[in-house]
Design a protein around this ligand. Structure first.
Ligand code: NAD
Length: 319
């Protein structure tokens, strides 16, 4: 039986990945500290079904605590999927050192674990935010210069660089996946789509930062999980950075219209000044993901939004 060490496995993306791994027969160890960035009760709910599996182990540990981490992780793992992080762009501007501690030092602790224990495969959750204000769209992984504009983005770029060092020195295969705005059931409550939908259901106005012309390349959660799963098996080269997006960019007001359609509610817009750290546009070139991983995102945006809304409304009913 294959054994994956997943960090951040109680969060949005991690809990979906673990659903998939358990269904495929993997043993999974999840390291998560139930960080209070958003309500930890949501994360407890995300993992509730995992606790029924004997093949699943929950380790409540903080990746900043090297000793604690090394002490509680005793098994042999075939692969590490490192998703634990402080996520979110704007809060990173308020607490840059807090982000650095989790996202950079924490990542290095996991790389050290891989080195010491001889774990040969390491998949790292990077982010489209590392491209920052790169004007050359769609963004390609081999476009040399990163132009991050938030502390969060720079911590993700640092994780990619650390990965290169460990790959080069110790032969750990390191695959950094640059996720582009991930959405779907269990989406983080701080992300715009989720925040807007909740406000619209309550009849509250939604804040539009800037003039509403910002654009995002949205990726449905199942497509991301498929990409991560494929990266776990990738064995052709020792270091890769790969975009996981949709290669389509959706305007902010288009996103609001998709929500209106799915919720059957009209949005009231409140225009506010643009926020520092927010990039005007994200847009993935996904040819490399196709070539190396056979990645082909399937979920059209409007259908994905409808699925997210079904989930959200269902959550409301359960309260
Ligand atoms: P999430 O916040 O739902 O999940 C992250 C998990 O990490 C949480 O369960 C949290 O408790 C855990 N965690 C945080 N600090 C920790 C620590 N010190 N020790 C142990 N666990 C800790 O976020 P998500 O949206 O599922 O994102 C997963 C990964 O993907 C993150 O690395 C994020 O930066 C990256 N990413 C996400 C998106 C997106 O659109 N959701 C886009 C780009 C990159």
């Amino acid at each position: 039986m294959k054994h994956a060490l997943v960090t951040g496995g109680a969060g949005f993306i991690g809990s979906h990945l673990i659903d998939r791994l358990l269904a495929e027969g993997w043993a999974v160890t999840n390291v998560d500290n139930f960080d209070p960035f958003y309500d930890p009760a949501i994360k407890r709910k995300n993992i509730a079904a995992h606790l029924d599996y004997e093949r699943y182990r929950l380790v409540e540990a903080d990746i900043r605590d090297r000793e604690g981490l090394f002490r509680s992780l005793r098994d042999d793992y075939d692969v590490i999927v490192h998703l634990a992080a402080r996520a979110g762009v704007r809060p990173s501007i308020r607490d840059p050192l807090g982000y650095q501690a989790v996202n950079v030092t924490g990542t290095q602790h996991l790389l050290e674990l891989a080195r010491e224990r001889g774990i040969r495969q390491f998949v790292f959750a990077s982010s489209s935010s590392v491209y920052g204000v790169n004007p050359n769209v769609p963004w390609r992984e081999d476009d040399g210069v990163l132009r991050p504009i938030s502390p969060y983005a720079s911590t993700k770029g640092s994780g990619e660089l650390l990965g290169h060092v460990y790959s080069h020195l110790y032969g750990i295969r390191f695959i950094a996946l640059r996720f582009f705005t991930v959405y779907g059931p269990r989406q983080r409550p701080d992300l715009a789509l989720h925040k807007f939908a909740r406000r619209m259901l309550r009849g509250e106005p939604i804040p539009i930062y800037g003039d509403g012309t910002s654009r995002r390349d949205y990726t449905y959660i199942d497509d991301i999980v498929e990409g991560v799963r494929r990266a776990m098996d990738y064995a052709a080269t020792s270091y890769e950075i790969i975009n996981l997006g949709n290669q389509k960019t959706v305007g902010l007001l288009e996103m609001v219209r998709a929500l209106e359609e799915a919720l059957g509610v009209r949005a009231r817009l409140e225009f506010l000044p643009a926020q520092p750290g927010d990039v005007p546009r994200t847009w993935a070139d996904i040819k490399k993901a196709k070539r190396l991983l056979g990645y082909a995102p399937r979920m059209p945006f409007s259908a994905g939004v409808a699925r997210f809304v079904d989930w959200l409304v269902d959550q409301g009913r359960q309260k």
